[in-house]
Design a protein around this ligand. Structure first.
Ligand code: NAD
Length: 487
């Protein structure tokens, strides 16, 4: 697919203005897509379509909504190879990763919420004083909602937002990242064939400052679910706050991995390497600060550096590739600048830090970067404090567990952390003091879709996952029925 158009009211359309965005393949630097560049005009059309569609979709029985969601999941499965190739082209990530992580998770998101809505139960409360009454709680979809998603896990995160919104009876105006818009567009085709009525899902492509801003400012939009950078989230929240429109914000992270003195390094080293470099380090949950008990520092760093050096950086289409291209050369520049700041502040590059030299000809001009480990960077350095969102980690020593906790919490972010120890009581003591939305013990990115997911501090507001997302996209009314006098 070279031409990526909006999906409004069940049809693929270009922008009224005719404006388009050119996107190149980050791994090859060759022209890849021409993307419709939408603005308030497309969002207004989408809002009309969505408002109209809501009249029926908002009243469609949940079993019927569930049936369509399951049909979409089956449609994703059937087009897995195509979707994985498109995701790989748009992002630069290894095809093997798109095939095993991104696309299967998109189908799983549909199956999860399609079945969750079948198990919904409403609450009731018996009142005895001052009068006998039965209160029961009704939940209703909001109407038209906005969903805005980033480029790092495109279809995975796009569906993580739109599916709970659709499953709970809302109509959606969504915007994927302008860098990675293609799989969301194929999804619209799948949804259409699966029987999703026109106007229920609308996708407007374009820049954040234009199409994204128009969704945020659209008077029909009753709530916005956003995943992206903290700065963008802050701007969105201010704007939505003015209109008293609720926002769910999943933002950046600077996540610590804490390696205790009794950690099983045979487990911890490969898993922390995976947590640092999977998807080129472009996952909000990636470890970027590794805090190691000083008694294990030498052993850990030697083994970790060997693990980082052992990763294959190369053509995303090659089955042997562990690390593909970053999403763009502009993003690689930002990541390299962070490494340079770490070095300027006193750090030493223990491995990586450079653009790989011997890449295959097809990808010789891509946005690749070696996995990079920095030692000796002061924890106060902006290299350690600011989100890098690339294959870069800093390693720091600690003496006492309380120092590790203090260091882990010494950042404005609070998305996730991991703790590596054989002593589960110790793990619990540390986990309970960490300021993070998710804490993994002796594992990383094990995701159960039922658990609340989100960040504390500047990593976000609100929670996604399971019933949390369904709650976000619904309003409650309480009906209070007088039961009169007791017998
Ligand atoms: P970004 O904030 O630049 O963009 C995210 C989305 O918002 C894009 O679709 C973009 O077009 C849109 N956007 C930009 N400006 C906007 C505006 N003014 N109004 C409305 N929409 C606007 O983020 P990104 O670079 O695409 O993604 C990387 C960031 O996402 C990282 O900070 C990463 O940590 C974060 N992220 C967080 C999570 C999480 O679950 N917490 C998951 C993945 C990524």
């Amino acid at each position: 697919m070279q031409q990526v158009d909006h999906f409004i009211n069940g049809a693929f359309v270009p922008s009224v203005s005719g404006a388009r965005i050119a996107r190149e393949n980050p791994a090859t630097s060759e022209p890849l897509r021409s993307i419709a560049r939408g603005d308030a005009a497309e969002v207004a059309s989408a809002a009309i379509a969505a408002s109209r569609a809501f009249e029926a979709w908002g009243r469609t029985p949940s079993v019927e909504r569930s049936r369509i969601m399951l049909a979409i999941a089956a449609g994703i499965d059937a087009r897995l190879e195509e979707l994985a190739h498109l995701e790989c082209e748009d992002t630069g990530k290894p095809l093997s990763l798109a095939r095993t992580l991104d696309i299967p998770r998109a189908a799983a998101n549909f199956r999860f919420f399609a079945t969750a809505i079948l198990h919904d139960a409403s609450e009731s409360f018996m009142t005895e004083r001052p009068a006998r009454a039965l209160n029961y709680v009704l939940r209703a979809p909001l109407g038209v909602v906005g969903c805005i998603s980033p480029w790092n896990l495109p279809l995975y995160l796009f569906t993580w937002k739109i599916v709970p919104a659709l499953a709970s009876g809302n109509c959606v105006i969504a915007k994927p990242s302008e860098l990675t818009p293609t799989t969301a567009t194929v999804l619209c085709d799948i949804a259409r064939h699966a029987g999703l009525p026109a106007g229920v899902l609308n996708v407007v492509h374009g820049l954040g400052s234009e199409a994204g801003q128009a969704i945020v400012d659209c008077p029909a939009v009753r709530a916005v679910s956003f995943t992206g950078g903290t700065q963008t989230g802050r701007r969105l929240a201010a704007r939505l706050g003015e209109r008293l429109v609720p926002a769910s914000l999943e933002l950046g992270g600077k996540n610590a991995a804490i390696v205790c003195e009794d950690a099983d390094l045979a487990l911890a080293v490969p898993e922390i390497a995976r947590s640092s470099f999977l998807n080129q380090g472009e996952i909000c949950l990636c470890s970027s600060r590794i805090l190691v008990h000083r008694s294990r520092m030498k052993e850990f760093t030697e083994r970790f550096i060997a693990a980082a050096r052992g990763l294959t950086v190369g053509d995303p289409l090659n089955a042997e590739t562990d690390i593909g291209s970053l999403v763009s050369k502009a993003h690689r520049e930002k990541v390299i600048a962070a490494i340079e700041r770490g070095v300027a502040d006193g750090g030493v590059i223990a491995c990586g830090g450079e653009v790989p030299k011997s890449l295959p000809a097809r990808v010789a001009n891509g946005a690749f970067l070696q996995p990079t480990v920095l030692l000796g960077v002061p924890h106060s350095s902006s290299c350690v404090q600011d989100e890098t969102f690339g294959p870069v980690v800093t390693v720091h020593g600690f003496d006492r567990h309380r120092d590790a906790v203090a260091m882990s919490n010494d950042t404005r972010y609070g998305l996730s952390a991991s703790v590596w120890t054989r002593d589960l009581a110790r793990a619990h003591r540390i986990a309970a003091r960490l300021h993070a939305g998710t804490i993994w013990v002796n594992c990383w990115m094990v995701r159960d879709l039922r658990v609340p997911f989100g960040g504390v501090k500047e990593s976000g507001i609100g929670r996604e996952g399971g019933s949390e997302a369904l709650r976000f996209f619904t309003d409650t009314s309480t009906v209070c029925v007088s039961l009169g006098e007791a017998l």
